[in-house]
Design a protein around this ligand. Structure first.
Ligand code: GRG
Length: 294
């Protein structure tokens, strides 16, 4: 399994589809469309849309038809990054190797670009999919709304902000990240399995796979903030320590955090045991989560 090639092919598929689905930068309102394209088409690993496609591959064969849904997930993720970078939140200057949206444009434009991407995400996710029952699409859209909102990413972000400047314990940290980072990654896997025609058992397995890699992804993000190279990552590092934030490395130490991430990858792989060789990209992706450098 050549993961590098698999990622290149699928990342480029997602990028071409996104570029085609989005309004052009010369279409009005030009400033909004330029800001959206600046943030969305300027790099990124495309992990969530690739997971949608890879989970569909693992259970069925209708992956191309899922591209608008997968791109919707990337729009939603990018909105969260734009808003997270704002001065009222993380106040970051660099994202995906480029100036953050509010630095390149201004705060009002960045807020609107995020809002527009959030709503565009649901426009894309709710498009009919040939060969998939409308009720199944509706279920996936509802799941996306839950995982992106109060009971998912936004709720987790609020809990994360409220946890600033105090030490939280492992249980609370896990609860925050299960929502803030984990919900969308888990949702990508569950949606890919559901829209790809997976059985209830397969959907459950891929949901559990997503939950485990989501935690490993967050631990790795915390580790990279300590040990990573900001030039490779395209964003500032060392911020957690400066902000005295509780993270996996700060609560348990670097080695124990690495071990916990590896344990989650083993757990994720065990959820794929009953799946056929078409799940091999997911097996390779799980390992990549902890090996990544950006
Ligand atoms: C503002 C509602 C709102 C939510 C923000 C996702 C998030 C919640 C904040 C991002 C802060 C952060 C660094 C979280 C850690 C994990 C994470 C989501 C990293 C960024 O995702 P990647 O690495 O980014 O997939 P790329 O650029 O590769 O898409």
């Amino acid at each position: 399994m050549d993961l590098k090639r698999y990622l290149q092919i699928n990342q480029s598929l997602v990028e071409k589809t996104l570029a085609a689905l989005l309004p052009g930068e010369h279409e009005p309102p030009q400033r909004l469309n330029q800001a959206i394209r600046h943030s969305l088409l300027g790099g990124g690993k495309r992990l969530r849309p690739v997971l949608v496609l890879a989970c569909a591959d693992a259970v069925g064969e209708i992956r191309e038809r899922l591209l608008p849904f997968a791109c919707g997930m990337e729009c939603l993720h990018t909105y969260s990054l734009i808003h997270d970078d704002l001065p009222a939140m993380d106040n970051d200057d660099l994202r995906r190797g480029r100036p953050t949206c509010h630095k390149q444009f201004d705060e009002a434009t960045a807020i609107l670009a995020g809002d527009a991407l959030l709503t565009f995400a649901f426009e894309l996710a709710s498009r009919p999919i040939q060969g998939v029952a409308p009720e199944t699409v509706l279920l996936a859209v509802r799941q996306l709304a839950q995982d992106a909102g109060i009971f998912g990413m936004v709720g987790g972000q609020m809990m994360d902000l409220l946890a600033e400047n105090r030490t939280v314990d492992m249980k609370e940290l896990r609860g925050i990240h299960r929502l803030k980072t984990g919900a969308l990654i888990r949702c990508a896997c569950e949606s890919g399995a559901r829209l790809g025609g997976g059985s209830d058992g397969q959907i459950e397995s891929l949901k559990n796979y997503g939950a485990a890699i989501g935690l490993a992804f967050q631990i790795t993000d915390d580790l990279l903030d300590v040990t990573g190279d900001s030039r490779v990552m395209g964003k500032a590092t060392g911020k957690d320590q400066i902000n005295a934030k509780s993270t996996y490395p700060s609560l348990m130490g670097l080695d124990a955090a690495r071990r916990l991430a590896e344990d989650q990858i083993d757990l994720a792989l065990s959820h794929l045991d009953a799946l056929p060789p078409s799940a091999d990209p997911l097996r390779a992706l799980a390992r990549y989560i902890t090996e990544r450098t950006h």
